[in-house]
Design a protein around this ligand. Structure first.
Ligand SMILES: [Zn+2]
Length: 211
């Protein structure tokens, strides 16, 4: 999936962006809020908002395009298929995180997807260097599979696989890009503080009872 430059905001338009990889942010569109799993993408218009919030479809041209799909049967079908794929991806990521390999069936599905929805790349000159960049120029909803399968393949073949982790406190997944590789929480604001406060209260209770 195309790398997207984002600002420091963790929440954009009601969606969480802490995964460091767009495919993980996509996986995180079903977090547990108020004790129960919450589907943040209940329909295609919600997916449309996520695509814009994520920066994937952020130019005026892209926004108009994705909005033009809103009531199309193709978009409805794509929505249904991509949400089902997200849950199969979740299973694969949970397996990766527990140290086992994703199922052969899932790898085959991603391979088929990559072959049927190739994402083009080209070379560009940037600051005196040549870089390889992805070309994503969608025309129809199913073109989004190019990013989905590219992102899934990138995740499954990640060399630093132990940096793909689930938050210690919640269901959110992230790719740890910290220097030390010691990130434990989805976010300091969301779960880090809760754990720190809990540890502080425990220590306080212990010191009070020791008195
Ligand atoms: Zn968390």
């Amino acid at each position: 999936m195309a790398a997207v430059t984002k600002d420091a905001d963790e929440w954009v338009d009601g969606f969480l962006f802490v995964g460091n990889k767009p495919i993980l942010d996509f996986l995180n569109t079903r977090p547990v809020l108020a004790q129960c799993p919450t589907e943040l993408l209940p329909d295609f218009p919600a997916l449309e908002r996520w695509l814009i919030a994520s920066g994937i479809m952020s130019s005026a041209k892209m926004k108009r395009l994705v909005q033009s799909w809103r009531h199309s049967p193709e978009a409805a079908l794509f929505y249904k298929d991509v949400i089902a794929f997200r849950e199969r991806l979740r299973e694969a990521v949970l397996r990766l995180e527990s140290g086992s390999a994703p199922s052969d069936e899932f790898i085959q599905e991603v391979n088929r997807g990559l072959q049927q929805n190739p994402l083009a790349t080209v070379l560009r000159k940037r600051e005196g260097r040549i870089v390889r960049v992805q070309i994503f120029d969608p025309e129809q909803p199913t073109d989004l599979w190019k990013l989905i399968f590219d992102g899934a393949a990138d995740l499954l073949s990640e060399p630093e696989i132990d940096r793909i982790r689930q938050c210690e406190k919640c269901v959110v997944h992230f790719f740890d890009t910290s220097k030390k590789g010691s990130r434990r929480w989805c976010s300091m604001n969301i779960c880090g503080n809760k754990l720190k406060v809990a540890a502080y209260q425990r220590r306080k209770r212990e010191s009070e009872s020791a008195r």
